[in-house]
Write a protein that binds this ligand. Structure first.
Ligand code: PLP
Length: 478
């Protein structure tokens, strides 16, 4: 399409944005159980106000915009309090959970380079249920990923981790809780092991730490996962999740500056201005930092605690409701505000489609080892009044799925052909597969069951190729 020579008017731009948005999920109705965290219109207003104020300010240079550093220091102070860190605990705001985890891994690698020069091929211990960003970190930073299997309780135990530690290990990772199954790893046990072995230990609390800390303050029984646990050397916690701040804000906190120092990057070898980056980006909008500061100060601890309390009541009601529906089974779902479940006698892919038809968006998770494919819900404050409606629709959807006999036979035929085609993966495969699966001009069909089942059943390498090809086709300049 290229440039328009004359600029559009403000109104035209607004209209175009509405048009762009027409196929997006309608999250404002509280029917999307993933991706979105919305604490209410007043909070959104405060966030927008602060974001707009700082839209153009640049976090690249602390001498030019010291206000961003001041706000960041206050945010880190609040987070340190939540995570029971002492005065030595320090940290940074990052652009999101992924950046926090990438930095945890890079920091550990560089810390090891300084303190353990014998390490030639740094290894990172990944609890099997750890977030994908640590696999990305290994990929980006030349770390060898060492995956420790979870037990039947979906936890990765210290005794198992101990067997995988070598002279090359630079970091142990575990979650509070895991995204997929909502189960915390035994942080205290692992912390003890990390201390004994003198290895850094990162707790991924991106999704769970904020609400977990509030739950502790609300008196809920739960295992310790924060800086009160000896051996924990860093924790990530996303503000743009249960802190309800706009996207682009997470924190990574370290036990002390001696560790954090290895996160920083200084470059005075090039021809331009001297670069001192605490985190990955150089130029970065002040928007997410200012908005995070504003939302946290606006909500205050009292309102956050009340919101966490109401959210956890909704979580309990949902879990109870799911347990009562015959033909559904909870998986894990032990901690915080995440729920994982699956239909025991019906096709999970059809169930996801059926829910989608009722305008509910849930997260489908593919099978992993002996855990069958399942559904994940991230329950937030936005959902507290949606519980009964969702449970009713879930029950109805489950019944409808069980009755889809004829369409299911057709799906199975497509699946068989799809698998045969994907078995001979070459340049033409995708061109043949796409129409069979109902993909037209990069647009996915309303019902995704066949595609999802195919992606689940094919070998992981084949699935990866298909997804890369699909993604590549989607992003074409117009
Ligand atoms: C446990 C955990 N870690 C890390 C991340 C990555 O966070 P982000 O999507 O903000 O990069 C997520 C996201 O859901 C998460 O649940």
């Amino acid at each position: 399409m290229g440039f328009n020579v004359k600029g559009l008017s403000k109104d035209e731009i607004r209209q175009k944005l509405q048009q762009f948005r027409r196929n997006d999920v309608k999250w404002r109705e509280g029917r999307v159980w993933t991706y979105v965290y919305h604490a209410g219109d007043d909070v959104e207003e405060v966030a927008k106000m602060a974001y707009n104020e700082y839209l153009t300010e640049n976090g690249i240079d602390v001498t030019a915009f010291p206000s961003l550093k001041d706000m960041e220091n206050e945010v880190i102070g609040m987070c340190r309090e939540l995570l029971r860190g002492d005065a030595q605990v320090c940290g940074s705001i990052t652009s999101g959970g992924t950046e926090s985890l990438l930095l945890a891994a890079k920091t550990a690698r560089d810390y090891a380079r300084a303190h353990k020069p014998h390490i030639t091929q740094p290894e990172i211990i990944l609890a099997e249920t750890i977030h994908s960003s640590f696999f990305k970190a290994a990929h980006y930073f030349g770390l060898k990923p060492v995956v420790v299997p979870a037990r039947a309780d979906h936890k990765v135990h210290a005794a198992d981790i101990a067997k995988y530690i070598t002279e090359q290990t630079v970091l142990i990772t575990a979650s509070f809780p895991s995204y997929a199954y909502a189960v915390p790893d035994p942080i205290a046990e692992i912390g003890q092991l990390a201390q004994e072995k003198n290895i850094l230990f990162h707790v991924d609390g991106c999704i769970g730490a904020f609400i977990g800390a509030l739950n502790r303050l609300n008196g809920m029984e739960q295992p310790d996962f924060d800086f009160s646990v000896p051996g924990v050397t860093s924790i990530s916690m996303d503000l743009h999740k249960y802190g309800y701040t706009p996207k682009g804000a997470s924190v990574i906190l370290y036990r002390n500056e001696e560790i954090r120092k290895f996160q920083y990057f200084v470059c005075n070898e090039w021809t331009g201005y001297t670069v001192v980056n605490p985190t990955m980006l150089s130029s970065k909008s002040g928007g997410p930092i200012a908005a995070a500061w504003a939302v946290m100060r606006y909500l205050g601890l009292e309102r956050y605690r009340a919101m966490a309390d109401e959210t956890m009541r909704a979580v309990d009601a949902l879990k109870e409701g799911i347990k009562k529906i015959s033909g559904l089974e909870l998986i894990g779902s032990e901690q915080c505000s995440l729920i994982c479940f699956r239909p025991t006698n019906a096709n999970v892919y059809d169930l996801v489609d059926e829910l989608r038809e009722k305008n509910w968006v849930v997260n489908l998770q593919f099978a992993h080892r002996d855990v069958p494919p399942n559904i994940h819900l991230t329950v937030t404050y936005q959902h507290i009044h949606r519980v009964h409606e969702f449970l009713n629709d879930l029950e109805v959807a489950l019944k409808a799925v069980s009755k889809r006999v004829l369409p299911k036979l057709m799906d199975m035929a497509k699946l068989k052909t799809g698998k045969a085609l994907a078995g001979t993966l070459d340049a033409n495969t995708f061109a043949q597969l796409a129409p069979l699966l109902g993909i037209k001009d990069g647009q996915l069909p309303d019902r995704m069951a066949v595609i999802n089942e195919l992606l689940n059943d094919l070998p992981k390498e084949v699935t990866k190729e298909l997804l890369l090809k699909f993604m590549s086709d989607l992003y074409k300049a117009e």
